[in-house]
Design a protein around this ligand. Sequence first.
Ligand code: BGC
Length: 826
Amino acid sequence: MTVENPVAQGSTTAVGEDRWVEPELARLARRAAAEGTVLLANDGALPLPADEPVAVFGRVQLDWFAVGYGSGGDVNAAYEHILLDCLVERGVPVDAELAAVYREWCAANSPEQGEWGNWPRYYEEMPLEDSLVDAVASRARRAVVVIGRAAGEDRENVLEPGSYYLTDAEERLLAQVTSRFETVTAIVCSGNVMDLSWAEGRVDALLMAWPGGMEGAPAVADVLIGAVEPGGRLTDTIARRYEDYPSSEHFGGKDFNEYAEDVLVGYRYFETLAKDTVLFPFGHGLGYTTVDLAPGELVVERTGGPTGGTARVAVTATNTGERPGSTVVQVYAGAPQAPALATPARRLVAYQRTEELAPGAAQELTLAFPMDRLASFDDSGATGHRNDWVLEAGAHEVLVGSSVRETTSAGTVDVDDAVVLEQLEEALAPDPAHPFQRMTLTTGADGCPALAWEDVPTSTVDLRERIVSRLPRAIETDAPADGSTLTLQDVAADRAELDAFIAQLSPAELADLTFGDVIMDSPLGVPGNAGAFGGVTKALRDRGIPAVTTTDGPSGIRVSAYASLLPCGTALASTWDPALLTELARHHGAEMIRKGSDVLLAPGMNIHRDPLCGRNFEYYSEDPLVAGLTAAAVVTGIQANGVSACPKHLVANNQETNRIHNDSRISQRALREIYLRGFRLCVELAAPLNIMTSYNKVNGQWSHYNYDLVTTILRGEWGYQGNVITDWWMRYAPDPLFPALADSATRVRAGVDVLMPGAPSWSGTHAEGHDSSELEALDADDASGEHLTLGELQRSVRNVLRMLLASGKVEDYVPTEPEWREPVVH
Ligand code: BGC
């Protein structure tokens, strides 16, 4: 069945007056927002001196961007602040006359907020008479110019003024200010990296303030006056021109994108091949003090197994400046000489934020990392070990520093002979029908790495044969001797095995467990929720299976009630401080309980492949280690409360253009080293109870129908035991391998457990219910795989029920019918 299925989103209008936010949650949010603010340049302009007048320009000082748009932004924020007020409250002597002009103009020119997908990317700047700027400049020597951008879901940023580039009015404002003031600080409040080449040589300080949620503006004010440090470090490279990004020629395609840059994403490309095109390198960020990093001993402990052992590097961090402060110690690996596989000149292998150091004080740190962070995935057989993770022979330099550029060698990890760390099988390789070329490296005439191209190895696997040969068997279990009917509470109390309970479920009940409730804002959950799954029918609830409520998302709990608005994903990641993020997420998880959310549809952790991706603000980094460790920190904090997280979108949801049809064509190597790597780290370190698949196709197959993605890799290679759900309102499609299957039968065969929401179309109603006929038409033990088997359906149900059991909602669940909102009718 194919239905037209545009994305529909629940509307969330705030109800009730409960704007209470736990003070500790607000404090941590403010700390994270400040720690994520990146000071890109500072020629002594910041912090602002307490007693000098400062003129603040730009309407964004009032029309502040606290978050981006869409499911990752539409939180009914309990409160928000604006920068100008925060500066005034802190006693900053802002030019009052100028402030009054802005207040009056902004009040009269309130920006339209627009509908889904048509939100403003910027607000038109207030025109300023030269005479006014002259008058202000006669009263103040210092100026601050605030520029802002917002991005959102379901569309891209564009290479136009008002999005990636400055508008003429902004350009004029900058010219007016920089020509008249002695010291100019530019603040860019933007969820995405935008062109910053205009700042070069023109401003004295440049501060990147990612939308920091309800506490973002106070955090930026704290930073400006020096009450706290700008703690952030870039999680992306900022290039001088958009065209310099290695993805730029293969981004935004309507039907597909060839990931031609392969593993040379972000700094992996720039540091290897195009150093001169970088404006601000990955990992860069200044504080208000200087911290010297001196590497000490590098100790390597080699073992067998997939990690290959551990390397430890000692570092002494000494505050050599005059103010207290901390820094982020970053450890990178270099490439060995003449590797068989093109190896980027730098790969981040570990990082740690120091404690706050008093002037002159030092901290001894030891940063440990598994040896597999030096390994590469061989998808071509160049090392003689095709489809394996290989630690190549040679001297792997280990470098310690404060950015990918500012490093000191700590020695080398010497590998005599190449070591296979993990033997895998080919999975998710590009379709031979769509071959393409990828970037690789050769040695140039000057002995430096040079760009070359090679064919991407394509798939050789008979996927149909793989699936059929691995069909799970149906549960064979004896019914309870006394003929009793089990409940899920029996399983929770260890009175029965989970499989014995599953064996008692009828095909219709099994099928129902693989569909979410059919609408967003399910009556089974709190108003404004994103949907529910689990006990979505009365029959299931009578068996003791509760429904769980899902809510977005990465910047806060998106329900009808007021909730905390947290710093966006990029802001959080820019802290490089997993311990802080776990603590923040722990308090966020406690708010989930208060607001009635069981599953947070977060973190968003797709790779920042290209600066134009509209959802980059929700995501973390161009680097998979930062993305993975940040996500693991957030998941750990949320799940410490018993509620659960749902990292998304697996995998390669790297653009919004035509996102529900677009095919991301990627080599196995780039998938494993870049796009899947963060998810794997998150799974291994934090065991999220749920994972969400992406809208897009990967190498020709939608993620929610993708067997190799979910069953071969996620579950097979990584051992993931949790629940896999789809993104919202998915495409229906015939099965390309099994003519009798389609839609949800293909999905369950792939190992994707729950369709969200479980409607036959986006306009599904409760009266319509969901269509599970293709699941119920199963052939119990069809070894040919022509039909869905009972074992496959039971496998998905086992994943869903394991998640529910871990959610802590089962033990005391008493089957109840929702009385307070429209009852569910299936
Ligand atoms: C987004 C998801 C989100 C879901 C539910 C989709 O449009 O891609 O990230 O969690 O909606 O709101």
